[in-house]
Ligand binder design. Structure first.
Ligand SMILES: [Zn+2]
Length: 409
């Protein structure tokens, strides 16, 4: 039995901290003591199993519902990454996974990988040969015929028509996908001829993807910018709307009523413009689009929160300048730019994300939950930016980084 003693522990339900010690065994939280009596020697079998987190603020490990671990972030032109070998992608992905974990993200949902290389990385993490977060994977994303498939040849599975979409969804599931990702509208980081305000998959095609996913107890993430595409995806029964840029009140009310999650990905625009080297190499058509969409996007997130839409944290880490490991900045942007309270922001990355992933044992610090724990030096309810400077990360009961362990970032 291992103990985390002396910390303030966050309760996602009440949104408050309380003094408590966590007893951990087999990768799970087995006991939460109120901290009035420290765990005695009867519980702590030797001194190394007591980890002092006095004065620290403990939260559940964060969950990022929208990453691309295979995608390099240091070049402004995504087309430049199209010709990488699978071996090079695997090496990159392993490093990206470790950086993500050190940033306090103990679980990710990857919504577009590269030739299924990320599935081997997931398996190596599970086997303990690599360090990284828990991974829920879409495999390749499903798309209509588009010139953007040449930008991301390892990420796109092109399917036109409902029957082809069913077959493509089945291909991902056969490779071990945990969810299906569909392109309901055009993308921003795409070819010059693609339009983010255009519909891509039709309602019928989206329904076909949802049918196969739900029949297999999997969920569906729908990429959407254009309003009509958001309506189509929600009507088809998609479980999460990614980006959701041009949402209006009508579609947001529909999402709130159905419980459809909104995955914002504010980091994609914000972190890009903080990295001058990346901006300098970005093709003009992409730069124009990223600038034009940023403010509209933040306003949509703000309105969604006001209307009670469940928001699940997602960053789009893997886009240019949106570096793996900086994911927690999304929680800061949601507070500073989208009007969420710190408690609401933390919930998007914990309980709300766990609900979307259908993983009730993630996203909260309670008995029987997975022992994924992060520690902050300051109270994040007073200063949300403390989430970007963690003092400890624990994944499945194992300390990944802690000042006293000499494993700092
Ligand atoms: Zn994405």
């Amino acid at each position: 039995m291992r103990w985390l003693v002396g910390g303030q522990v966050f309760d996602t339900e009440s949104g408050t901290f309380r003094r408590a010690d966590l007893g951990i065994d087999g990768g799970r939280i087995v006991t939460i003591s109120d901290g009035t009596h420290r765990p005695g020697t009867a519980d702590a079998t030797d001194a190394t199993d007591v980890i002092d987190v006095s004065g620290m603020w403990l939260l559940p490990g964060l969950i990022d519902c929208h990453v691309h671990l295979t995608q390099p972030t240091d070049a402004g032109d995504p087309a430049k990454a199209a010709a990488r070998s699978d071996a090079a992608v695997a090496l990159y992905t392993a490093a990206a996974a470790e950086r993500t974990l050190l940033g306090g993200i103990t679980t990710v949902r990857d919504v577009g990988g590269w030739n299924y290389v990320e599935m081997d990385v997931r398996d190596a993490i599970r086997a303990g040969t690599l360090r990284g977060p828990r991974m829920f994977l879409a495999g390749k994303l499903l798309s209509i015929t588009t010139s953007t498939a040449d930008y991301y040849p390892g990420m796109y599975d092109v399917a036109d028509g409902a029957d082809a979409v069913r077959a493509a969804a089945r291909r991902q599931l056969a490779r071990g996908a945990d969810l299906i990702k569909v392109m309901a509208t055009g993308a921003l980081l795409s070819s010059e001829t693609e339009d983010a305000r255009a519909i891509q998959f039709t309602l019928e095609e989206l329904q076909a993807a949802v049918e196969i996913a739900h029949a297999n107890h999997k969920h569906v993430a729908a990429h959407c910018h254009a309003l009509a595409g958001i309506h189509n995806a929600v009507d088809a029964g998609a479980d999460s709307i990614e980006h959701c840029t041009f949402a209006d009140d009508e579609v947001l009310r529909k999402m709130a009523a159905r419980g459809t999650s909104f995955v914002p990905t504010i980091c994609a625009g914000e972190l890009l413009f903080r990295d001058d080297a990346v901006v300098a190499t970005m093709p003009p058509h992409l730069l124009e689009r990223m600038e034009a969409f940023n403010d509209i996007h933040a306003a949509a997130v703000r309105r969604a929160n006001e209307l009670g839409v469940p928001i699940a944290m997602g960053t789009d880490a893997g886009t240019p300048g949106n570096h793996h490991g900086m994911n927690a900045h999304e929680c800061v942007f949601m507070v500073e730019q989208c009007g969420l309270s710190p408690v609401e922001s933390i919930r998007t990355a914990t309980v709300n994300a766990a609900r979307l992933l259908r993983q009730p044992d993630l996203g909260s610090l309670r008995e029987a939950a997975h022992a994924d724990v992060i520690a902050c030096a300051d109270n994040p309810l007073d200063d949300i930016t403390t989430l970007t400077r963690l003092t400890m990360v624990m994944a499945a009961g194992e300390v990944v980084t802690h000042p006293s362990a000499g494993l700092g970032r």
